[in-house]
Write a protein that binds this ligand. Structure first.
Ligand code: GLC
Length: 541
């Protein structure tokens, strides 16, 4: 398996991309309509969040049929057309595989509930619940019908965990993966895949949350190896990425080192917790730059030295917009957006762009709790109130942290609902759409900068393949790194603050070529002053 490291992935949340039917929900035909736009941007692959039949309790991550298209989004003919037209545009598709759990409306769970022991073995069903917590709040166990027993759900109560110890479960899931492979998709994103391996006996934990009993267990590596062998491992051009919850560098090296035959790359989330107070998401805190820099350097160096491979990203459907978290977006949206982009697109790993990031989309600024639909957010709001926060405080936290921040409709133009739908959108468009939209931004500084970054990765093997080493590790406001390959060198400096900062340029780079700058800088020097949110890439061919 050799991964093509020149590729860049673009993530589409299908529900919110483009609605062609007027039902207020984005659809597959909408994605087909926008393929020329994506080609213009230059990306190679589109990751689609789940579009399968689902009660939509968790926006499609609660799947009730793994091998069909939810009529909300279209049908199988639309899917096949999308893959075909995609290929004509040089764009492949990566599908989201949610194999840790299925909806309780899935026939496997329904048959289990009806008393079929074969299907009861597909789940974790016990007489006594443990003290584990659901990642969406409350206990991780719920009553299994009226049997007096309990089933495990690490996420929503409607998302029942699948028992990977059972070979029949693995067999069924591998069939699902092969079903979509046969349809011509070229990539998979495996949802929370590092929690599929659970301890043989599920018991109370000293930590009282259950995490040590199911996170990064050695058996998960065995399962991934089996998955690889039974499915995509047969095709060397496949791109696979695992979403890893609360993972470690050591495990991500094992998940992704090519000789292990598990996955091509891994998402970790540590860098997106640097604005959590005491590790808790539902809090307000300015981001901790020292921690961010330290995490990037440690992961960058270790993955580079041990042949691991990371998926690099600032945004996804579970995160508020990075511009609102890391940038003075009111004054420096263009500079901040381009600097954030360079800080990952010039680094070592595969960059992911989340829809709207390429035009500098920001959080929606909703006015009321009624505007939010995400189950995690509405649960969190209730918990914050129950913990004694005032409704105003609780609302401010939801505004900053809700996953709906990134799930708002793609902003295509300044017509009603941002040009996303002619109907009533399932989630309200962000307030910024009259100013921030594709029509206005497509020739603008952010979109064109992304085009350059994507093109550079294809032109220079140094960017795609080079090693990573930290630079300026003590700088209070610059995150910098070097890339090396076959005698070529690149130094990338990113000012993460609205204040300028003067730096002594490393001796080797004082006469270097300026490969990229978001301020039109053209010359290196001995001492340089980086402007607010400036990014500068110095190249030694
Ligand atoms: C992943 C998905 C998230 C979903 C969860 C449960 O974290 O990204 O959206 O809610 O898994 O499937």
């Amino acid at each position: 398996m050799t991964l093509d490291k020149t590729k860049v992935v673009y993530q589409i949340y299908p529900k919110s991309y483009k609605d062609t039917t007027g039902n207020g929900v984005g659809d597959l035909q909408g994605i087909i309509e926008k393929l020329p736009y994506l080609k213009e941007l230059g990306i190679d692959m589109v990751w689609l969040n789940p579009f399968y039949p689902s009660p939509q309790r968790d926006n499609g991550y609660d799947i009730s049929d793994y091998t069909a298209v939810n009529p909300l989004f279209g049908d199988m003919a639309d899917f096949e057309e999308m893959v075909r037209v995609g290929k004509e545009h040089g764009i492949d598709f990566m599908l989201d595989m949610v194999l840790n759990h299925c909806s309780i409306e899935h026939e496997w769970f329904q048959k289990a509930l009806a008393g079929d022991p074969y299907y009861q073995d597909f789940f974790f069903i016990q007489d006594r619940p443990t003290d584990w917590l659901s990642k969406f709040g409350g206990s991780a166990w719920a009553p299994f019908g009226d049997t007096g027993k309990y089933y495990l759900h690490l996420y929503d109560v409607t998302q029942a965990d699948l028992n990977w110890r059972n070979p029949h479960v693995r067999g069924e899931l591998f069939k699902v993966v092969n079903f979509w492979r046969d349809k011509g998709v070229k990539g998979f994103r495996f949802d929370v895949i590092n929690v599929i391996g659970k301890d043989a006996v599920l018991e109370d934990c000293p930590e009282h949350d259950g995490k040590p009993a199911y996170t990064d267990k050695p058996i998960t590596h065995d399962y991934l190896h089996m998955l690889n062998e039974a499915t995509f491992g047969q095709d060397g051009s496949f791109v696979t990425v695992g979403e890893m919850s609360a993972t470690t560098i050591e495990n991500c090296i094992l998940y992704t080192a090519p000789d292990r035959h598990e996955l091509s790359m891994a998402f970790n989330f540590h860098h997106l917790k640097v604005d959590y107070e005491a590790g808790q998401k539902w809090t307000l805190k300015a981001f901790d730059f020292e921690e961010l820099k330290h995490l990037f350097h440690t992961w960058g160096r270790e993955m580079s030295e041990h042949d691991g491979w990371s998926a690099l990203f600032w945004n996804n459907h579970d995160q508020p917009r990075a511009l609102n978290r890391f940038v003075d977006v009111e004054h420096f949206r263009n500079e901040g957006a381009t600097m954030l982009a360079a800080s990952i697109h010039l680094s070592r790993g595969t960059p992911y762009i989340y829809m709207g990031e390429e035009i500098g989309m920001i959080d929606p600024e909703y006015d009321s709790m009624d505007d939010y639909v995400d189950v995690e957010s509405t649960n969190a709001y209730q918990s914050l109130l129950a913990a004694g926060q005032s409704p105003e405080e609780a609302f401010r936290i939801i505004q900053a942290k809700s996953r709906d921040n990134s799930r708002t409709p793609m902003q295509w133009d300044d017509s009603p609902n941002a040009g996303f739908t002619t109907g009533q959108p399932w989630l309200k468009a962000g307030k910024s759409y009259p100013q921030i939209n594709v029509t206005k931004e497509q020739d603008g500084p952010i979109f064109t900068f992304y085009q350059k970054l994507i093109a550079l990765r294809k032109e220079l093997p140094l960017i795609a393949e080079g090693s990573y080493s930290p630079a300026y590790e003590d700088s209070p406001q610059i995150y910098a790194f070097e890339r090396h390959l076959a005698g070529q060198k690149l130094l990338v400096l990113n000012n993460f603050y609205p204040d300028p900062i003067t730096v002594d340029i490393l001796p080797d780079y004082q006469n270097a070529q300026v490969l990229l700058s978001n301020y039109g800088e053209s010359q290196a020097g001995q001492v340089m002053t980086l402007k607010p949110y400036e990014t500068l890439a110095l190249f030694l061919p």
